[in-house]
Design a protein around this ligand. Structure first.
Ligand SMILES: Cc1ncc(COP(=O)(O)O)c(C=O)c1O
Length: 401
């Protein structure tokens, strides 16, 4: 990577970004527009992970007993710096799902209290909280409907809290929604929840990297995220942020030694250092992923380029379909990922045909009775990919897909 030009690159110049594109080993012939679901790992980060795996494989006892804990602590310090929080409020977990399950084990929902979610939450998150409510007598899971067309931050806050009652104890809300790729006004949402005495668990896997994330400044209770998405850390890396007032109450759903013997855990986060014998190379390679994004590409360059591509996709898809987008054309509402409505039809079959016929990997989603396409743009994508998507969509939609 030494030969990559580090001068600011023009956002609209595919050729200038080619050296970065080459850092991702995307399978030849595939147009990958689904970083939002599963973000491929760039070569240098994969190498860093392999290096950790090699250290483990070559002397497991030395690695686990002497090297692992200091490396875990260093990696966490780097992540805390990125999230502008104290290391002791953070732990590594495998993914946002694991983080959300810790929050669910910790949160003490009482009988006859409710959990509130929005209708743009991720399905698995919905299931986690559904089970919590089923296990709590008289508790219910309530769903707030978000507007069909997003106009202002206050409108979104209004829609969410319209569904809150005196029984609402916890709000579970995405920072960036999965089915619709909308950046929600999370700060305003958390402020309103605090005013009403409602705890907040932010589901944030799409946010780190795409937009600034600083859980302390949100005054949320929990923040759950994956790092394999927009941070481009290896698969199996995520984090849970827990606000200080919850530290004493955290309960991990999966108990192990916590610390490597003879140490015994005395604080909440130590329970997450040793969770049983496992390959933690994904956690340990996270600092390299953060360095790549922050110091080699540059966060603002990354965001400007990928937003440019998302905006290009937005313009082209609107031109193709003539359908009104859900959100205004602004960085307030979308970053590197954009979702646009498509004419009614079978979402699954359109997605499959895009892959089978054209080798384009892009999710086509059916949500609240509307079909849409969600285009994720990363440094390995270019305008050409989007032009090809439009051409193929045009052809498939003409044939009534
Ligand atoms: C909003 C949201 N929450 C949670 C998840 C779960 O993430 P993971 O599979 O990394 O645990 C996803 C996955 O795409 C998501 O989009």
């Amino acid at each position: 990577m030494n030969d990559i030009d580090i001068r600011p690159l023009p956002v609209d110049d595919d050729a200038a970004w080619q050296p970065w594109r080459d850092q991702w080993p995307i399978r030849s012939g595939t147009i990958y527009l689904n970083h939002g679901s599963f973000g491929p790992t760039p070569r240098p980060i994969r190498e860093c992970q392999l290096n950790w795996q090699q250290r483990l494989a070559s002397q497991p006892m030395d690695f686990f007993v002497r090297e692992y804990e200091p490396a875990w602590l260093d990696a966490r310090r780097r992540l805390a710096d990125f999230l502008d929080t104290a290391p002791d409020s953070l732990v590594f977990v495998e993914n946002a799902t694991a983080a959300m399950n810790v929050a669910a084990s910790t949160f003490e929902l009482q009988p006859d209290q409710d959990v509130l979610l929005t209708d743009h939450e991720y399905g698995a998150v919905f299931r986690i909280w559904q089970r919590v409510c089923e296990q709590t007598p008289g508790a219910t899971l309530t769903t707030a409907r978000l507007p069909l067309s997003f106009e202002s931050a206050h409108q979104v806050v209004d829609y969410i809290f319209r569904a809150a009652t005196q029984r609402t104890r916890l709000l579970v809300v995405s920072h960036i929604t999965s089915p619709t790729a909308v950046i929600l006004p999370i700060k305003l949402i958390c402020e309103e929840a605090e005013r009403r005495g409602i705890a907040v668990c932010v589901d944030g896997p799409h946010a780190p990297g795409q937009i600034p994330v600083s859980p302390d400044s949100l005054s949320c209770d929990f923040y759950a995220a994956s790092l394999h998405k927009w941070v481009s850390a290896p698969f199996g890396s995520g984090f849970l942020y827990v606000a200080p007032e919850w530290h004493e109450r955290v309960r991990t759903p999966s108990l192990s030694w916590g610390r490597i013997a003879p140490a015994t855990p005395t604080t909440w986060w130590e329970e997450f250092v040793w969770t049983g014998t496992r390959d933690s190379s994904a956690y340990l390679a996270t600092p390299a992923a953060l360095d790549l994004l922050e110091h080699q590409v540059g966060l603002s360059a990354f965001r400007a380029r990928t937003h440019f591509l998302a905006r290009y996709a937005r313009q082209q898809i609107i031109e193709l379909t003539g359908l009104e987008p859900f959100i205004p054309d602004s960085e307030q509402w979308y970053g590197s990922m954009i979702s646009l409505p498509l004419p009614p039809g079978d979402a699954r079959s359109l997605q499959e045909q895009l892959w089978e016929q054209y080798r384009i990997e892009v999710p086509v989603v059916e949500h609240n009775g509307r079909r849409s396409v969600r285009v994720s743009c990363h440094l390995y994508n270019r305008c050409e990919d989007i032009d090809f998507l439009i051409q193929c969509l045009k052809s498939l939609l003409q044939h009534a897909c």
